[in-house]
Design a protein around this ligand. Structure first.
Ligand code: SF4
Length: 667
């Protein structure tokens, strides 16, 4: 390690002096060295799994700050807002306070996070905002805020979509408000920074724009190196950015804006009605689908259904074109506000036409047309149609991993390897195996799992099924476990259906532990409620498997209902399985199993958040011991002792004097 970096991590180094309780961790130094070495190579890439407890954030931040300058920026990209906030509010200010020389860091968010002064000005003159107390509050805030960042608002404003910065209405340097623009101010500040904090979605949107060679459209300034934390999300983030999504509320809300504007304009009202009707008809085949995700091709029944939909889309496109032309003909001389409004609406018409065409007429074999449903807002349920790359490998190969690349990268996470290797990650992201500039580092946790944790797999449960008798047996197991730990538990489910069924049964059991269920309040408040009670039980699905941090005794039991294989009827999952099979691969071992392995490691990781934590992870899926793939999964979980006996769990939680016989030895 370089002496500069060493001066931070050493026994009497800067971290030891500044952080009470700091302990030298060779694992942390190993990660820092790997990141630093990769940064020193032109186009160096390091893949790093740093298990919980290693001190991952500082292990990459310190090399990053040591190498970054405003001319050679380092981008730190995260998946979650929670990690972004932690970097900006805690880790970076801490380093700035001890770093020998000053350095600048800036956050860059997507446009939609910032107030657009032009669109706000346009809306100010419209009827729907008159007298609206929240709009008045926005007005006051717009005069005092330095950032215009929506996260400063302590209320959720339903009209934000109309006043946020967006690519369609933004006029850039021609805007009347350009000098004061919050979005462009943020970009200007980023120019002086050596460290930029962004999220994966923005990073990949920028990469996609650069890939298309669009002039002056870059979302990020040029950078020298990127560090992806929470890198296990990269495939999903890249697929989102390289794809297109179009919701059933998109055209109605565009038409709302046009209608509001048309009070002062001369527009063909019949055309607006026709457009409204066409939008309804376009989405009507999907309205009755009772699944969260569906394949568009399968949902459009009949041999000519897709052709018919494409004809419909062409019709909608023609109407949008004519509307854009009609808007262009409006006389706005001497009225800059009306001109801004109309220019924005025209661009929205054009973009809507292009994206609809891409979704229905795109014919790239590596892309899937699929749809998703959600409960929606004031217009009722919303259907969103997507056109998404099935594999991002061919898209990232020529950009991020190009042989002659100038930009290097670190991909780091507590859960990145499967079967002890990075093969799955490389395969999914298209990172070449023969590339000598790519290094791999796998460091173990500093936590003593053997002494402080126990894995419990029940002896008698049958393999998971949807039968009522199975659910009954699972609930019985859960109650026994909760009684042993006296609450303090996370129950992690692979489906909302299972979560709801178990919740109902636990309510009926009238347990002495407060039950908290995902969905009954925002997740952050749910976690706070959990932390505030010694014996609470929280039932969560997807979003609680990772990123939730409850250190200490409050969380001492994690119960996982089954091996988290992806939902087999998810269209994107199916398309990936088909693509792998068509390429001669083994979809189960090369895709489904590693994915489940990573997910299980993430769920497991909720238990130990601090060196003094101790607790039990109960895995209620007996396939972990009856199936061969079960032992493959178990091999790469933390080295906790395993028991099949509930009595061992009771002993584990019993006060020391009662726990006479020892818990099972480590594996
Ligand atoms: S420059 Fe763009 S984002 Fe900024 S105020 Fe003007 S239109 Fe809005």
């Amino acid at each position: 390690m370089s002496s500069k970096i060493d001066s931070f991590f050493a026994k009497n180094g800067l971290l030891a002096k500044a952080l009470p309780g700091f302990s030298v961790r060779p694992q942390q130094q190993e990660v820092a060295t790997a990141v630093l070495q990769s940064m020193r190579k032109r186009g160096g890439v390091s893949l790093v799994e740093a298990a919980t407890g290693v001190g991952k954030t500082l292990s990459y931040l310190i090399p990053a700050v040591s190498m970054a300058t405003p001319e050679r920026k380092v981008v730190i990209s995260t998946q979650t807002l929670a990690l972004q906030n932690q970097l900006l509010e805690k880790d970076i200010p801490f380093l700035q306070s001890i770093w020998p020389t000053p350095f600048e860091a800036a956050v860059l968010k997507g446009r939609g996070n910032y107030l657009c002064l032009q669109d706000y000005d346009v809306c100010r003159g419209e009827l729907w905002t008159a007298g609206d107390p929240q709009f008045i509050q926005i007005g006051k805030w717009s005069g005092t805020t330095e950032t215009g960042d929506v996260s400063e608002l302590d209320f959720s404003y339903p009209g934000w979509m109309d006043i946020r910065a967006n690519i369609d209405t933004c006029k850039g340097q021609e805007c009347r408000f350009f000098d004061r623009c919050f979005y462009y101010n943020m970009k200007r500040e980023a120019q002086d920074a050596s460290i930029l904090v962004v999220n994966h979605a923005l990073f990949f949107s920028d990469l996609a724009v650069r890939g298309r060679g669009e002039q002056n459209a870059n979302l990020l300034p040029d950078y020298h190196y990127v560090i992806f934390d929470e890198a296990h999300h990269l495939e999903t983030a890249a697929a989102g950015a390289f794809g297109v999504a179009f919701s059933s509320s998109r055209l109605p809300s565009l038409l709302d804006k046009v209608k509001r504007a048309s009070r002062r304009l001369d527009l063909d009202q019949e055309r607006l009605k026709a457009l409204e009707q066409s939008s309804l008809e376009l989405f009507s085949p999907f309205a009755g689908i009772n699944k969260p995700d569906f394949n568009v091709g399968e949902a459009l029944e009949g041999p000519h259904a897709l052709k018919n939909a494409q004809t419909q889309v062409a019709g909608v496109g023609a109407l949008l074109d004519r509307l854009a032309v009609e808007l262009l003909k409006q006389d706005t001389s001497g009225d800059p506000i009306a001109k801004d409004r109309i220019d924005g609406l025209r661009r929205q018409c054009t973009r809507a036409k292009e994206e609809l065409a891409m979704i229905f007429q795109g014919d790239d074999e590596n892309y899937l047309r699929w749809g998703s449903q959600n409960r929606g807002g004031r217009r009722g349920p919303i259907t969103t149609l997507h056109y998404t790359p099935i594999s991002v490998a061919p898209l990232l190969g020529p950009t991020l991993w190009a042989h002659n690349r100038r930009v290097g990268a670190t991909l780091i996470s507590a859960t990145l390897s499967t079967n002890g290797s990075f093969d799955y990650l490389r395969e999914r992201l298209g990172i070449p195996t023969e590339d000598t500039k790519v290094t791999e580092t796998l460091v173990d946790s500093t936590f003593d799992y053997a002494a402080n944790t126990l894995i419990y797999i029940p002896r008698r449960l049958p393999p998971p099924s949807e039968s009522p008798s199975y659910t009954y047996e699972v609930v019985e197991e859960i109650i026994r476990l909760l009684d042993a730990a006296k609450g303090g538990a996370f129950l992690l489910f692979t489906s909302h259906r299972a979560l709801n069924v178990v919740h109902e049964q636990l309510m009926l059991a009238n347990l002495p532990y407060p039950l908290l269920r995902q969905g009954e309040m925002p997740n952050a408040r749910l976690v706070e409620a959990f932390k505030s009670q010694e014996n609470a039980v929280l039932l969560g699905a997807q979003s609680f498997w990772e990123g939730v941090d409850v250190p200490g005794h409050g969380l001492r039991l994690v119960i996982i209902d089954r091996i988290p294989f992806a939902m087999p009827d998810s269209p994107l999952h199916k398309a990936r399985v088909d693509q792998i099979t068509a390429g001669g691969g083994d979809w189960f071992n090369d895709y489904a199993l590693p994915q489940a392995q990573l997910r299980l490691k993430q769920g497991f990781g909720r238990l130990m958040r601090g060196v003094e934590d101790r607790g039990v992870v109960a895995l209620l899926d007996t396939r972990l011991v009856t199936k061969r793939y079960g032992s493959d999964i178990m091999k790469f979980l933390p080295r906790s002792p395993v028991t099949r006996y509930i009595e061992d769990v009771t002993k584990f939680f019993a006060p020391e004097e009662e726990a006479a016989s020892p818990i099972p030895p480590p594996r």
